[in-house]
Design a protein around this ligand. Structure first.
Ligand SMILES: O=C(O)c1cc(=O)[nH]c(=O)n1[C@@H]1O[C@H](COP(=O)(O)O)[C@@H](O)[C@H]1O
Length: 282
């Protein structure tokens, strides 16, 4: 199964549009684990175990592991997810972007070392910086398009004077991801939940590509508006009818409780968020 097929299958199996982001921050860990970076795996595995039947995807953020020299724990975690939730695709959030020869190494890191099913990428350096990832035919490459942070508009909202119709940069990218760049149907786009009007615009320009939508929860994105903007009737039910949406939340789920009940609390928030997302599409 390729990444898109995995997404469709997980969305149906778990009846979910929710992605739980794994951004482990030891200073926020409960009880005796607080401040202990050697517990990153244990913390994330507990969250995975508590939410694995509620999600369309998991999304570990590589910086939260690398900054603590915990790459080995990320490897362990990826193996754990494959073991306990083999139907749930994993998106490695790495936001890589470099020339082709270096991109080959990043692609090997994401897909061979960590066994990710998809990776987030910055498209700033152009198509030849994306192409090495596409050689892994079953894997997904999710391009930053209209990001959730306010500063995203510094570049992404600029109009391109030399392209017909003067689209904004993010609109041009959405069009490329739907057409010329999407040579084997592997591309997805990141659009922030904090900008529902732009989600709708991206969905219009890229009707079938998966949209990864972070920003609900801690960043205050509106879950209902997100779904109304990005979801199309029939999407995800059967392939070819519309691109899946993957609505991601990290801190609001991971740190729902600072106590020993953190995993149960994470499950409660994940359940409630899944319900909100589902209600908005029905
Ligand atoms: O690519 C991403 O995942 C991403 C893109 C974006 O536009 N905004 C964004 O917040 N993210 C990531 O999504 C996560 C958001 O975390 P919370 O705000 O805690 O839900 C972080 O890991 C960010 O790095």
């Amino acid at each position: 199964m390729n990444f898109i097929q995995q997404l469709h299958a997980a969305q149906t199996l778990n009846d979910s549009l929710l992605c739980v982001g794994l951004d482990p921050e030891p200073s926020k860990f409960p009880g005796a684990w607080k401040g202990d970076a050697s517990r990153i795996y244990d913390f994330c595995a507990a969250i995975v175990d508590a939410t694995k039947d509620l999600v369309v995807s998991f999304k570990p953020q590589i910086a939260y592991f690398a900054s603590h020299r915990a790459e080995d724990q990320l490897e362990q975690l990826m193996a754990h997810i494959k073991r306990v939730a083999p139907s749930v695709p994993v998106i490695l959030d790495a936001k890589r972007g470099d020339i082709g020869s270096t991109a080959e190494q990043y692609a090997r890191e994401a897909f061979e070392r960590y066994q990710a099913d998809a990776v987030t990428l910055s498209p700033f350096m152009g198509f030849d910086s994306i192409e090495p990832y596409l050689r892994y035919r079953d894997k997904g490459a999710i391009l930053l398009c209209r990001t959730s942070n306010p500063g995203g508009s510094d570049w992404q909202n600029q109009r391109l004077a030399d392209v017909a119709g003067q689209p904004r940069l993010y609109e041009h990218l959405a069009r490329l991801a739907q057409t010329d760049w999407n040579q084997n149907g592997q591309l997805g786009l990141v659009v922030g939940a904090t900008y529902p009007a732009e989600i709708a615009r991206v969905r219009e320009l890229a009707p079938t590509v998966p949209l990864l939508i972070p920003g609900v929860g801690a960043q205050g994105g509106d879950a209902e508006a997100t779904v109304k903007a990005g979801w199309r009737a029939g999407a995800g039910g059967r392939e070819g009818q519309g691109g899946p949406i993957i609505v991601s939340s990290s801190r609001a789920v991971l740190y729902a409780s600072a106590g020993e009940d953190f995993a149960a609390a994470a499950r409660r928030v994940a359940l409630a968020t899944r319900e909100t997302l589902n209600a908005a599409r029905r």
